[in-house]
Structures are given as C-alpha cells and as structure tokens.
Design a protein around this ligand. Structure first.
Ligand code: 5GP
Ligand code: ZN
Length: 114
C-alpha cells in the first residue's frame, strides 16, 4: 500500500466509499462523480500505477479485475452492454495514479470514444 495513494486508502477502508464488490485482490466502488447511470471503479487492492505498469509479474491482478467486472456487470443488470475504460497518464487524463477500470453502463452510449 502506498501511504499517499487515495485508492489504496479506499481499498483499505481508511477513506469511505460506496462498495459494490470486494474479494481477496479486488475492490470496486461507485465513482464519486458518475458519468453514466452505472459508473463503478474496479481496482486491484495491490498498488499498480496504471495499465502501463502491467507486466508478466502482476498481470494476474488485471485478470482478477476483469473477472470482477463480469460479475459486477451481471449484478448491476448490464446484460445489454457496458464499457470498460482505463486512463493512462497525462494525455488520457488519468487523475488518480492507482490502476482503475471505469465500468460504465445503464445508458445507450455513442460509438465514439472521444
Ligand atoms: P481517472 O480520471 O484517473 O481515470 O479517474 C479517476 C476517477 O476517480 C474519476 O472518475 C473521479 O470521479 C473518481 N474519484 C476521485 N476521487 C474519488 C473519491 O474520493 N471517491 C470516489 N468514489 N471516486 C473518486
Ligand atoms: Zn494505490
């Protein structure tokens, strides 16, 4: 855990969040500023800066996140579809340097990403 990382603190329960899912390696909670009717952040409990730091050594953490995403999407009733986004670095507008996947759904989204 990084002592100055917001999402490490959220995963550890030191900062409150609206939890939707938790297992041994993944924590998921509702985004404080939702961009869709369902907007959930899915994070590995272990700190990884971003998707740019996923490697052979830690890629199981990303796999665990996607296993959780499938379960959460089903539990949230997103059978008609959803979108998963991860921002990396400045150009993508990553504001929290702890790997997180935005799970967005509950609305018909446009085809474009930008
Ligand atoms: P990024 O821009 O880094 O891809 O996404 C960071 C996300 O974290 C944003 O959507 C923002 O609304 C969300 N966020 C930032 N601080 C908090 C917080 O303290 N609690 C929750 N639940 N979400 C947060
Ligand atoms: Zn962290």
């Amino acid at each position: 855990m990084l002592s100055d990382c917001l999402f490490c603190k959220i995963a550890a329960g030191e900062i409150p969040s609206e939890k939707v899912y938790e297992d041994g390696s993944v924590y998921a909670f509702r985004d404080i500023n939702p961009q869709a009717p369902v907007h959930i952040l899915v994070i590995p409990k272990q700190h990884v800066d971003s998707a740019a730091e996923i490697s052979e050594e830690n890629s199981a953490l990303a796999a665990r996140c996607f296993e959780a995403i499938a379960k959460i999407a089903a539990a949230e009733g997103l059978g008609s579809g959803f979108r998963v986004i991860t921002n990396v670095g400045e150009d993508a507008g990553q504001t929290v340097r702890h790997l997180h996947f935005h799970l967005l759904g509950g609305v018909k989204m446009g085809e474009g990403l930008l």
